[in-house]
Design a protein around this ligand. Structure first.
Ligand SMILES: *Cc1c(COP(=O)(O)O)cnc(C)c1O
Length: 391
């Protein structure tokens, strides 16, 4: 993530001096609006709506598209839990789909999980990696499904020349502390569909009817307050200027780090759905123990160890508990949805053998040269043979 520094400080100072902290106060377009326009130009999505988190961006996107009780939403078994919680927030149920070695939702498994009740697919661009969007859009078209991209971890990343988040019907970004650009917390909904945008704006702001938005035929419905303040908008506006430089640094380091893993006997680069434009990298080992050992190296991490992103740790989803029994979306589902570990062994097997490798965007290139050597040595070292007891 780019550092927060003087430009954010300056934008915040101006906002405070101005005294208008509500994004809908003031007459001239404020930072939030200018940030949205900038993000719209960058991604090609006609409409961008800033909201207060990536989770709420997903919830807003689902509500805008009319996903609700009785609907099934396909989500990968490897993602941040919020992807699976979002359908529950609108009364729909998540159906888990295995990932493939690209660490993103497996199109073949999507086809297997489709039922007459499936309404939407949420492909997740994990770790700045990209989903197989051509295959996913094709499946969606054939089965008349919505595609809501979870690009929370892929802000700015391209797939075959297009920016993720702007390829499906709707997209969601997160600006949480850990993401490509950050305001501590924050998110955005992207869409090029006018009606979805109007509905998203309505849902995210109970006061939308009095903001002086252009007239629409969309009847007003009840929503939530997911608005951001101008303080968030100010920080995001400054951060947006740092996004392309960050992605360029990642792109420049990718071939260097990728080369580190050339011709190793028992590990290889994970397949990537758009290798020429990759800004992120992971390696897959034949043996989970080797992956585990390599995952101890600085700058590397075995994905099975990122527990919070593995479906087996999504207690609230697996137990199907909600805040009130009568508000449980599983009551409204058309069939019983099961979450059995045995059905997702493929995902667990891939996560047990895969390590993400940091491209070190924060380090100068010479430091990455040194790091390359460390990584190659670590990948080359087979797991130590059983230590000889009592030797
Ligand atoms: C971070 C993240 C979210 C949620 O974003 P928040 O801003 O933390 O609410 C959703 N999906 C994925 C894949 C994420 O990484």
């Amino acid at each position: 993530m780019p550092r927060v520094g003087f430009s954010e400080f300056f934008a915040l100072g101006r906002t405070v001096a101005n005294g208008q902290l509500l994004r809908y106060a003031g007459n001239a377009p404020g930072y939030t609006r200018r940030f949205e326009d900038g993000l719209s130009r960058l991604t090609g999505a006609e409409h961008v709506l800033t909201v207060n988190s990536g989770t709420n961006a997903l919830v807003t996107a689902l509500a805008a598209a009319g996903v609700g009780p009785g609907d099934e939403v396909l989500v990968p078994a490897y993602t941040w839990v919020a992807t699976a919680l979002a359908p529950l927030a609108v009364g729909a149920v998540p159906v888990l789909v295995n990932i493939d070695e690209s660490l993103t939702i497996d199109p073949a498994d999507i086809e297997r999980k489709i039922t007459p009740y499936t309404k939407a697919i949420i492909p997740v661009h994990m770790l700045n990696l990209v989903c197989d969007m051509d295959a996913i859009m094709d499946i969606a078209r054939r089965h008349n499904l919505l595609v809501i991209e979870d690009a929370c971890q892929g802000v700015g990343v391209t797939y075959k020349g297009r920016r993720v988040g702007a390829i499906g019907d709707l997209g969601a970004f997160s600006f949480n502390h850990f993401k490509n650009i950050t305001s501590g917390e924050g998110g955005a909904v992207l869409t090029s569909d006018e009606r979805y945008f109007v509905r998203a704006r309505m849902y995210h702001d109970p006061g939308s009817f009095m903001r002086g938005h252009e007239r629409t035929n969309e009847p007003l419905f009840s929503g939530m307050n997911f608005r951001v303040s101008e303080l968030t908008g100010a920080v995001l506006h400054a951060q947006l200027g740092k996004l392309e430089p960050l992605l360029n640094r990642l792109r420049a380091r990718h071939p260097m780090v990728a080369e580190t893993f050339a011709n190793l006997p028992h590990c290889r680069l994970s397949p990537h759905n758009d290798p020429e434009n990759a800004v992120s990298l992971s390696v897959i080992f034949d043996d989970p123990e080797e992956a585990k050992a390599f995952g101890q190296t600085r700058g590397a991490e075995r994905l099975l160890e990122t527990e919070r992103h593995v479906f087996t740790n999504w207690e609230a989803v697996l137990t199907k508990r909600s805040f009130h029994p009568k508000m449980n979306p599983h009551n409204w589902a058309n069939r019983e949805i099961t979450y059995e570990t045995k059905d997702y062994q493929r995902t667990l097997d891939i996560l047990a053998r895969t390590c993400r490798v940091s491209l070190g965007a924060q380090y100068p290139l010479p430091v990455m040269k040194l790091q390359q050597r460390v990584l190659r040595q670590a990948a080359h070292r087979r797991t130590a043979p059983q230590a000889v007891a009592n030797a």
